[in-house]
Design a binder for this molecule. Structure first.
Ligand code: SF4
Length: 402
């Protein structure tokens, strides 16, 4: 399989890059990401493979966003992180204007590493907090304590412009009081950005088998909805914008990197399990770390899946993913970017979803020169999820793409 490479004009290359770092101290019971736990002896080999993958790419113009996710990138030692950023620098450049995000476990920010992160250009930190409740953390098999979160945020403040906190809700036996306390604590710490996820039981995880054995119970739908409404209410009342189904941000602190995904723009994904989207092509690298290493070490492409979407498929996907953004999609923008109207993409499903009250279309006067009478008569429209649709987004997306 030939590796996917776009044209070599640096100005037309993607300006966003995701790098996957698949190492964790241990695997949490609910996690199904591509990673290994307790196998740190593989880090150097992984960095060497990543270097080879990066070296296959053309030299790029300055990046808009660089995102290091995992796994746990902060689990790498200072020296390994310097090596990682140096190899990324072989083909990409970033400045203070680039959003450089590093995902971190609070436990890795207990000693002051602010000089290191500042030197590397990291200006946004995404902390896997999940909860401030010791019992809930224990159920989730997390290895940090609430106090360690406080210290981590304090340290992050020394170098990051933006601190994002991830929280999980609807954990077995969690009450609304525990969840409200988690939200309040995150607000108290002044997080500029929050991502809140409902716990899901993914096939292949420990939680999946424990649920099958009756050791863990899923929260009922009414409670999950109540918890989702609680977080929307609390965060928006405190000045955060609910800008994507699971994401909340203070003004000017939205995740620029994630908005690249939701807007259907191009990006590179590098490392095991990473996906990229370039010129209508989507590719995915080998998910298993060992397979990724073997492919690269034997001189082969790590991309194990690649497909070219037709323009209509690509537009349909852009519509489904774009609706995650709660500002909605303006039809005229959508048409000029994709060449298709909403109706071209999914007339029937959209009509059904609107009649079910999951989507709403809001007419908007078109901003056109007054000399063009025909166009003045037209109206533009914005399509967005309703409150009910936010909770049922997965079904909305499936309807549109199917
Ligand atoms: S720390 Fe994060 S990435 Fe690592 S196993 Fe736990 S949930 Fe998964």
């Amino acid at each position: 399989m030939n590796e996917l490479k776009p044209t070599e004009n640096p100005q037309s290359l993607p300006s966003s890059v995701y790098i996957h770092v698949p190492f964790c101290r241990h695997r949490c019971g609910y996690c199904n990401f591509s990673l290994v736990a307790g196998r740190d002896h593989l880090v150097e080999r992984y960095l060497a493979a990543l270097r080879k993958e990066v070296e296959q790419l053309p030299v790029h113009a300055e990046l808009e966003t660089l995102y290091l996710g995992g796994g746990t990138p902060s689990h790498l030692t200072d020296e390994q992180l310097r090596e990682l950023f140096a190899l990324i620098g072989e083909r990409f450049t970033w400045t203070a204007a680039t959003e450089v995000t590093l995902e971190a476990n609070p436990i890795d920010l207990q000693i002051d590493r602010s000089t290191l992160f500042r030197d590397l250009g990291v200006n946004r930190i995404s902390l896997g907090v999940q909860s401030f409740d010791p019992q809930k953390l224990q159920v989730l098999e997390r290895d940090h304590s609430p106090d360690q979160v406080m210290r981590a945020v304090e340290m992050a403040r020394k170098f990051a412009n933006s601190v994002s906190i991830d929280l999980i809700f609807a954990v077995p036996n969690e009450t609304p009081q525990v969840w409200q306390n988690d939200i309040d604590q995150a607000l108290h710490l002044g997080a500029e950005h929050l991502s809140t996820y409902e716990l899901t039981f993914e096939k292949g995880t420990q939680f999946w088998s424990r649920r099958l054995k009756g050791q863990l119970c899923e929260s009922d739908e009414e409670l999950r909805l109540q918890m989702y409404e609680m977080v929307i209410q609390s965060l928006t009342a405190n000045g955060h914008q609910h800008y994507e189904i699971s994401s909340f941000a203070r003004p000017d602190h939205r995740s620029r990197h994630n908005q690249v995904y939701w807007s259907g723009a191009d990006y590179w994904g590098l490392g095991c399990g990473a996906s990229g989207y370039i010129d209508g092509w989507r590719y995915t690298n080998a998910e298993s770390l060992m397979r990724y290493l073997k492919l690269i070490e034997s001189g082969e492409s790590p991309q194990v899946h690649r497909e070219r979407l037709t323009p209509l498929e690509s537009a349909r996907e852009r519509l489904a993913i774009g609706l995650r953004q709660l500002d909605g999609l303006r039809e005229s923008d959508f048409l000029s970017r994709t060449g298709f109207s909403f109706a071209d993409c999914a007339a029937e499903p959209l009509g059904r979803l609107e009649s079910l009250g999951l989507l709403a279309r809001e007419p908007e006067a078109k901003n056109v020169p007054t000399s063009n009478l025909n166009e003045i008569a037209n109206t533009d429209s914005i399509l967005r999820l309703t409150d009910k649709g936010k909770f049922l987004y997965d079904s909305v997306a499936v309807e549109i793409i199917a």
